[in-house]
Write a protein that binds this ligand. Structure first.
Ligand SMILES: [Fe+2]
Ligand SMILES: [Fe+2]
Length: 482
């Protein structure tokens, strides 16, 4: 193993970037740490701060085996600064500077744009911890409780990753941004988080799984495109974050699959053949597929808003300046400059939704959103295979991208999940079928009873196929009061 991949745990802040040799940044981070811990105590998981949680911690950034598992109290988690190893001779892969050596320092002319990108990404990380802070008290198993906390400590680490970039490369205003990241609060009236979906509540565990499936996946797409950045420290930071992010999406994909599995197997046992017989299904104490579909509709549409407007001069500038690339930029076969290229953008034209060829550069948000939709669709397919394996025709669907939008081209229209444009009255009549309502909320809330016996699971969710770190089914993932 190359030595520069290993993580130094001797400094207060673990890192693989020789922080010990960079006193200015080390001291800035050390003086930020108490404020971070205060934030974690106030806004991190409610309760369980003394519990021992079986967590993974990064000990190297070697993709073949980077983590070790052990019992840790969350406030003692070693939040570190970890960057993917440098690629010798890396060049800027796209935009006006394509082919020039990647920047190791902030290019002066792009400083403001770059800081904005780092701050927006950074703001989402603590936001999701805040949104999820009350879920511990209703966890359906110790396994799930542990996964929640793993996601939470890693989102905390992602905040550290962005704060490191701010402190190292943006001087005094970077430090001010670092403080602001601890001051804003998800859902707050006067100091909300920067993006809409990160101010929504995560009221129950099905929402948590949907959030990790849909919203963490937006995070993955953003990290993938920042991972292409010509600013090398940002690229390396994001590339290591992606290795952690994969687990967050696993929690979402497998979480929803386990909810579906519990529903279908309870129906089979009870001889309920029709998944649309809501009353019969809910009487079994499991969540009906229609309610799952409504949660998909909500979380998908909220997450689509995170991509911003379809046509955006910012998106064009980020790309031209070499700061933010496309999903899998280096694998795309074109000139990576896009000055004359076009891209089909969905727009409302004469009362209908239709693709319109637009200049490719300002359409980059749309393109990234298309890549995201495709990625989501693959996950939905896995859930549908599971439903089919129980012999049901029922299929879960991604709603149309025009459905329930607050940002961009479709913010002014009402569209059905199938993509038909509706009058306000038609929308009002059917919105309840398409989005989670009060009945769903009360029913799902009634199921959210904590299960904390090792190896036991709340009846509305199936056990996982395998344990974390290959632990057996009755492994005690969280020692709640050690
Ligand atoms: Fe994250
Ligand atoms: Fe995440």
């Amino acid at each position: 193993m190359a030595t520069d991949w290993a993580v130094d745990y001797n400094t207060k802040i673990p890192n693989n970037i020789d922080l010990a040799g960079d006193n200015r940044v080390l001291r800035a981070l050390e003086s930020w740490l108490p404020g971070y811990l205060n934030w974690w105590h106030d806004m991190g998981p409610s309760g369980f701060q003394e519990s021992l949680v079986y967590l993974r911690t990064a000990v190297t950034v070697d993709p073949k085996g980077w983590a070790k598992f052990d019992y840790v109290r969350m406030p003692e988690y070693r939040w570190g600064i970890l960057l993917a190893p440098p690629e010798p001779g890396r060049t800027i892969p796209f935009g006006d500077h394509k082919g020039e050596p990647a920047w190791q320092e902030v290019p002066g002319e792009y400083r403001a744009m770059l800081r904005r990108l780092v701050v927006i990404q950074g703001d989402t990380e603590p936001a999701s911890v805040e949104q999820q802070r009350h879920l511990g008290s209703t966890a359906p198993s110790l396994y799930d409780l542990r996964n929640l906390f793993q996601v939470n400590v890693e989102e905390g680490r992602h905040l550290w990753a962005m704060v490191y970039l701010l402190f190292k490369y943006f001087g005094r205003d970077g430090r001010e941004e670092g403080d602001e990241l601890l001051r804003r609060r998800s859902g707050s009236e006067d100091a909300p988080r920067m993006l809409g979906a990160f101010n929504e509540a995560t009221p129950d565990w099905l929402s948590f799984f949907m959030f990790t499936f849909f919203t963490d996946r937006d995070g993955k797409m953003q990290l993938e495109s920042l991972g292409q950045s010509g600013f090398d420290p940002l690229s390396r930071t994001c590339r290591f974050m992606l290795t952690e992010e994969a687990h967050h999406m696993f929690v979402g994909t497998s979480g929803v699959a386990r909810v579906i599995e519990a529903t279908l197997s309870a129906m089979r046992r009870a001889g309920v053949a029709d998944p649309t017989d809501i009353e019969a299904v809910r009487a079994l104490g499991v969540i009906d597929l229609a309610a799952i579909q409504r949660k998909i509709n909500l979380h998908f549409s909220l997450s689509l808003d995170l991509f911003g407007a379809e046509m955006s001069s910012n998106a064009a500038n980020f790309f031209r300046s070499g700061l933010k690339g496309r999903y899998q930029e280096t694998k795309i076969a074109d000139d990576h400059r896009l000055l004359d290229a076009t891209y089909p953008v969905l727009r409302v034209v004469d009362g209908a939704i239709a693709p319109v060829n637009e200049p490719a550069l300002p359409a980059l948000n749309m393109r990234l959103r298309d890549d995201y939709v495709e990625d989501c669709a693959r996950g939905i397919e896995r859930w549908n295979k599971l439903i089919a394996s129980y012999g049901h025709e029922y299929r879960l669907l991604l709603p149309h991208v025009a459905f329930h939008r607050k940002v961009g081209e479709f913010r002014g229209v009402q569209a059905s999940p199938a993509g038909a444009l509706l009058t306000a009255e038609e929308w009002g009549r059917q919105a309840d079928e398409w989005l989670p309502g009060e009945q769903d909320r009360l029913f799902i809330e009634s199921l959210m009873k904590p299960e904390s016996r090792p190896g036991e699971f709340a009846p509305w969710i199936a056990p996982p196929k395998t344990g974390i770190d290959n632990r057996p089914g009755d492994f005690e993932y969280v020692l709640i009061s050690p």
